[in-house]
Design a protein around this ligand. Sequence first.
Ligand SMILES: Cc1cc2nc3c(=O)[nH]c(=O)nc-3n(C[C@H](O)[C@H](O)[C@H](O)COP(=O)(O)OP(=O)(O)OC[C@H]3O[C@@H](n4cnc5c(N)ncnc54)[C@H](O)[C@@H]3O)c2cc1C
Length: 753
Amino acid sequence: MADSSSTQPIDLRELVLVGAGHSHVQVLRSFAMNPPERTRVTLIVDLPVAVYSGMVPGLVAGEYRAQDLEIDAVPLARLAGARVVLAPAIAFDPIAKTVTPAGRPPIPYDLASVDIGSTVFGLELPGIAEHALPTRPIGRFVARVAEVEAAARAAAGPFRVLVVGGGAGGVELAATFRARLAPLAKAGLEVRLLHTGERLLATYPSGLSRRVESALGRRGIAILAGRRVRAAEPGVAVLDDGERLPFDALVWASGATAHPLLPSSSLACDERGFALVRSTLQARDHDDVFAAGDCATLIDFPTTPKAGVYAVRQGPVLTANLRARLAGEPLRRYRPQRDFLTLLNLGDGTAIGSKWGASFEGAWVMRWKDWIDRRFMARFQVLQDDGAPGPAREQMGEMATGEGMEMVCGGCAAKLGQEALDRTLARLPPAPPAPEVVLGMGEADDVVAYELPGGDTLVASVDFFRAFTDDPFLVGRVAAANSISDLEAKAVAPRWAQALVALPLAAGEREAEQTLFQVLAGARATFDSLGVRLLGGHTSRAVDLQVGFAVQGVTAPGGRLLRRRGEIAVGDVLVLTRPLGTGVLFHADMAARARGPWLAAALAGLAASNAPAAAIARELGAGAATDITGFGLGGHLASMLAGSGLAARLRLAALPALAGAVELLARGERSTFHGENAKLRKALAIPRELATEPRLELLFDPQTAGGLLFAIAAERAPGALSRLATAGCSQACVIGELVPARPDGAVAEILPA
Ligand SMILES: Cc1cc2nc3c(=O)[nH]c(=O)nc-3n(C[C@H](O)[C@H](O)[C@H](O)COP(=O)(O)OP(=O)(O)OC[C@H]3O[C@@H](n4cnc5c(N)ncnc54)[C@H](O)[C@@H]3O)c2cc1C
């Protein structure tokens, strides 16, 4: 590749945070209020939301909704100016100084911090992973609580819950499952708590253990002490002594064991696989690696329990030490608290607590616990369920409110408007006649095509966009999918590609090289999976990262191209293969206004190929097809219908939307290019009562790597939809039909449903 310019910018320091555990969310919150200088922060996390374990028993009891326990790491990270890589870290190399997320190349760091929690002990025992409900990963546990409730409701006989684990988690879950299920289990409920020790809560004061055992006994919960499960079979737990205990739900709260990431690295770990850290929270042998929370063991205090309270207290020390390390200043030391307030939720509006050896219980204890937990959560809740600002935004002050963070969108939302493009092209002199041109300037389409001497047709396209997110691998991956989508929409298999990459002017040489590598690795991930060869390319420098690809494919003589303006007729129906909303979601994400699960769902579909959908459309005789990109559904539909003598009828309720898109549109969120696309409004027949419907705005939302829109005879639509569903387009649907041109000249009439 040729490099056409040079600059002298400075490389940023790379700080990589792995996991969004209790310590890291505090680091992110602090960085949101006061970002470290000359540092790029990257958060690598397997799931967009982290679950606050302290409230999990309350969820089991039915006191909280799942959302009440969730810390949405994505908007928090955005406020902190951090990149977010939504993938589990699968390798950590402190020698090469890299972290590898699943499905991606390694990400280099100057400074790394790991807060990935722990997993539960005993999952490797026969049948446990299959038949038990483990408390880790905690998000999956939370998602499965409703399954236990459904089973209890449906049970014909007494419903039997067996909780394994005599620590705080096991105690709270036994009590809270009892509270939740007792009113539902028609034929009765039996809860048993099994543990290996002599008393429950063996690491806590004995007074607390006695109080807890008595409280559970009064609630009819049987405690099986000194017993060990060695295996599980369907509906039966097999104990060490051969006894078989029947169960309908086996809750596995057996204590913490190490997550495999760190023991499989060359970091020094204790005999259980937890990373050994000094009191500065630095890894024993690596000054540039920090670890906190359950995944770390303090060399000076090795018996510190694996509990969230310690991870929480480590947060401020970790934050200060990461800053100090970046600034070359002395580090603080963490000393675990000698005692901490324990509050155990019993699920019936009461809780048991202990501190400094004394224990207490009652409804007031539960109210206290609830106040502490909600206050903790409010510090991190950047967004509410519907995307409205959460309490953390106000608490963090002006620095981190994200207000005024009006960014110019990238992706397919960064382009010249259709009208300006048409005017520009009209000013050019007509192209000289060329009989071999099949698709050229004369026919507005996304590809060019011309016949080769042997009779084959070469079909080519070029696409180029500003990065729509700050994750270069993802940008490369999506830019590649987007560029080949134009050919796929014609049912032409793309075969070769050339890259065009403009690297940010502000990036130093090391950063530029790393960015280019990540972009091309992302592109290769898309291209290689589809048999497209990346043959070469060109680099340049621009204000922002810009990535595009020129792609080519060939059709055999006689091969039919699925055109944007094809053979369409009154009565044909319009099929859209993917939900809309990437424009508004990516715009909101840049300003920390998109919820992490919304973003994760949008990103998950983005690199998918349109080829299977186009093949189905062509095989079933679709008359015209186009992929939906920057001009949005409305613009692409208008272009499909131009000159056809037809109009469309669109059913608003049928328009498929990505999670969060309509909520954001309702809140007034708009992608930068939305206004330009919305000029089409005047060419639509919109009943007054629908004019302010947020869903209507989906028509103008610019799509990055959107789905396929095609017109097909109505009787073939059911077959097309069922084949599309099998091919992975589960949200493909009919959004309207074609009608004769309207007297008012409108491109489309909007119907409610
Ligand atoms: C039911 C239950 C109730 C509990 N109640 C309490 C309580 O009341 N008080 C208390 O002190 N402790 C409690 N605990 C213990 C507490 O959950 C843990 O000690 C605490 O969560 C540890 O925090 P952490 O920061 O180490 O990690 P976590 O809070 O577990 O966070 C780990 C983070 O890393 C992410 N992650 C995991 N794997 C990867 C990967 N490969 N790559 C990238 N990211 C990854 C996760 O998604 C998450 O964001 C409870 C535990 C359970 C199971």
